[in-house]
Design a protein around this ligand. Structure first.
Ligand code: HSE
Length: 306
C-alpha cells in the first residue's frame, strides 16, 4: 500500500471534571487526510484545504508528530500529507489532535503497523505540544482509541479505555470565535483550594463508575467542574445561558469542550440530544455570533481508514 485516506474524528476533552485526563470521540465531525509514500525521504505537507495552517514541516502539528514517528522508524521512503480540515482550529473539539494523530495513524498503517496505539499516541503528543504549549493526550487518546478514555499518566504514557453507555449522545455548539488553547491554559490558577480538589476527584471517580455501570443519573451528577470552568467560561459568551437551557431541555449535563469555545452536552437518547441542539440554537440565535451545532453518537471506533 502506497497511499491511504483516513477519517480523523473530532473529540471532546476534559468532559467537565477530568481536566487533561478524560475525553471522548465524536462520530459526525472530523478531518480527512491522504498520506502517500514518496521516494524522496522526509515528511512534507503538500495540501491543506479548509484552514489557514502552516506548510512548514516543523510548524504544522501533523508533520511534527509524523516526524517523531519517522525519526524513530527510519523507513526507506518519505511521506507527503494532504489535510482536508473540517474541524476549525481553535474550536475546542480537538482540531490539532485530529491532525497530529491522523498523520501518525496513517503512516503507521502504511508501514504495516509497527507501533501499537499507545506508541502512536506518544508520537501524536509531540504535534499536539506545539499547538497547546504542553504535551497532553486527552484529545489524542480518544481520537485513536475511540470511545471514552482516561489518560492515567503521560510519562510513561498509560491510556485506559472506558466503556460507553449505549444510549449516550453528545450535542455540541461551536460559536465561531477562536479561543487559543495556550491562552485558555494561561488563565488557569496554579493552585486549587483543597475543598475544590475534593469535589473534583469525587466527580471524576463517580463519572468513571457511571460509565462502567451505565448509571445515567450518576453521570449527570458527576458532570461538574469546580476547578477550570469558573475561569474559562468567562471566555465563552452566553455559556451560563446555554448550560441552563440545555439542562431544561433534558441534558444530563454540559460543560466546556476542551479549552472552548465549543460547549458540549451529554444526553440519554437521540431525541433528547436533538432537543438540546434546539435549546443551544435558541440561545445563540438571539446573538450576533455565528455558530454550528452538531449531534453525534459517541464514536467507539475512533480513527478509521476510508
Ligand atoms: N485538556 C486540554 C485543555 C484540552 O483543556 O487545555 C485542549 O487541548
Amino acid at each position: 500500500m502506497n497511499e491511504i485516506k483516513i477519517f480523523s474524528p473530532a473529540t471532546v476533552a476534559n468532559v467537565s471534571c477530568g481536566f487533561d485526563v478524560l475525553g471522548f470521540c465524536i462520530d459526525t465531525i472530523g478531518d480527512e487526510m491522504v498520506i502517500r509514500k514518496t521516494k524522496e525521504k522526509g515528511i512534507k505537507i503538500t495540501k491543506i484545504v479548509g484552514a489557514d495552517l502552516p506548510f512548514e514541516t516543523e510548524k504544522n502539528v501533523a508533520s511534527v508528530s509524523a516526524l517523531a514517528l519517522y525519526n524513530h522508524a527510519k523507513p526507506d521512503c518519505g511521506f507527503e500529507i494532504e489535510i482536508y480540515k473540517n474541524i476549525k482550529p481553535g474550536s475546542g473539539i480537538g482540531s490539532s489532535s485530529a491532525s497530529a494523530a491522523g498523520s501518525v495513524f496513517a503512516i503507521n498503517e502504511l508501514l504495516g503497523k509497527p507501533y501499537n496505539q499507545t506508541e502512536i499516541t506518544n508520537f501524536a503528543m509531540k504535534g499536539e505540544a506545539i499547538a497547546s504549549g504542553c504535551e497532553h493526550a486527552d484529545n489524542i487518546a480518544p481520537a485513536l482509541f475511540g470511545g471514552f478514555t482516561l489518560v492515567k499518566s503521560t510519562t510513561p504514557l498509560k491510556v485506559l479505555q472506558l466503556p460507553t453507555p449505549k444510549d449516550l449522545f453528545v450535542t455540541i455548539i461551536h460559536p465561531q470565535i477562536e479561543v487559543k488553547t495556550s491562552e485558555s491554559r494561561a488563565i488557569l490558577p496554579k493552585d486549587i483550594p483543597l475543598q475544590n480538589a475534593i469535589t473534583q476527584w469525587s466527580n471524576v471517580g463517580s463519572l468513571v463508575h457511571a460509565l462502567h455501570t451505565e448509571d445515567y443519573n450518576l453521570l449527570s451528577e458527576s458532570l461538574e467542574d469546580v476547578v477550570v470552568e469558573p475561569y474559562r467560561s468567562q471566555l465563552i459568551p452566553h455559556f451560563n445561558s446555554v448550560k441552563t437551557e440545555v439542562i431544561k431541555a433534558g441534558a444530563l449535563g454540559a460543560g466546556i469542550s476542551g479549552s472552548g469555545p465549543s460547549i458540549f452536552a451529554l444526553s440519554k437518547g437521540k431525541d433528547t440530544a436533538e432537543a438540546v441542539a434546539e435549546a443551544m440554537k435558541n440561545v445563540y440565535s438571539k446573538t450576533e455570533i455565528e455558530f454550528n451545532v452538531y449531534v453525534s453518537k459517541i464514536n467507539t471506533q475512533g480513527m478509521k481508514v476510508l
